[in-house]
Design a protein around this ligand. Structure first.
Ligand code: HPA
Length: 276
């Protein structure tokens, strides 16, 4: 049977089983999804236990976006077994929503009750410089998709109508602020992506209450909350959103901005893992 015909929850369970076998780690408790420009953090957050190519796990496509790494890495930080997913599938790559959230579903099947989602984002708040990390307080899912669309979840999984009142955990934001007390928070608008926004779209997003704009995260958050995991979302502002500054938008510059913020990101992620 091809992957598209398999129940997505079964496929995640299959991937988790292969992950456990390949890493030798029976259960992980935290997953870290590294967005554009965050990949270097994978080498510095904890003690490396094992690497597995994502493409070797059932249901994972090879990432196609520069700045993403094709790796699942098992690390240890103190007592915590953490799973780093160094690649992410996006809708704009043409993947179905089930593939976009497969990493998060696999992580929860692998035992993760905490999911940390990182991304690069355009900033709408003029007070935030490039390189500013921001904790997500909430999101606007403007992708037009949801991981809860499709056949009802199997009987051993929670039903479809997920409560998203606290999509991003207050508790985890508190831990992040113990590590880095000055972190601001904001609302992340998730768009289909593939192109940056127009200035008119950015003005619209500001009117809707967005502080950040990006092309990922929200769907993964919904999938993680559906399965009961707590979510911490962290954006790195890699540019002012379109029309808010003089500079042109360019993916290479997004990656460069993310690279410069690397040490602060590593300290933040490591500090949160140590406090779980
Ligand atoms: N818009 C959407 N996604 C992004 C941006 C942006 O300005 N910067 C980094 N990812």
């Amino acid at each position: 049977m091809d992957a598209a015909e398999t129940d997505p929850f079964d496929l995640a369970a299959d991937a988790a089983a292969v992950l456990a076998e390949r890493t030798g780690v029976e259960a992980h408790s935290v997953a870290l999804v590294l967005g554009s420009g965050w990949a270097a953090a994978a080498d510095q957050i904890g003690e490396m236990v094992a690497d597995v190519e994502l493409a070797d796990l059932p249901g994972f496509p090879a990432p196609t976006v520069a700045g993403h790494r094709n790796l699942a890495r098992s690390i240890r930080v103190g007592r915590v077994a953490a799973l780093i997913l160094g690649g992410r599938a996006h809708l704009y790559e043409g993947h179905p929503v089930s593939t976009v959230v497969h990493g998060v579903r696999t992580a929860v099947e692998a035992g993760c009750s905490t999911v940390i989602l990182t991304n690069a984002a355009g900033g709408l708040n003029p007070d935030w410089p490039v390189g500013q990390p921001v904790l997500l307080s909430d999101h606007l899912n403007l992708t037009g998709h949801s991981p809860m669309v499709g056949p009802a979840p199997p009987a051993d999984k929670p039903a479809r109508f997920v409560d998203l009142t606290e999509a991003y955990s207050q508790r985890l934001r508190g831990l992040a602020r113990e590590v880095d007390p000055d972190l601001p928070e904001g609302v992340y608008a998730a768009l289909l992506g593939g192109a940056y926004e127009t200035p008119a779209e950015v003005r619209m997003l500001a009117g809707l209450g967005a502080d950040l704009v990006g092309m990922s995260t929200a769907l993964e958050t919904i999938a993680a909350r559906h399965l009961g995991a707590e979510v911490l979302g962290v954006s790195l502002v890699t540019n002012a959103a379109a029309g808010l500054s003089e500079s042109a938008l360019d993916h290479a510059e997004v990656l460069e901005a993310a690279g410069e913020a690397g040490p602060r990101m590593v300290a933040l992620l490591r500090g949160v893992l140590e406090r779980l």
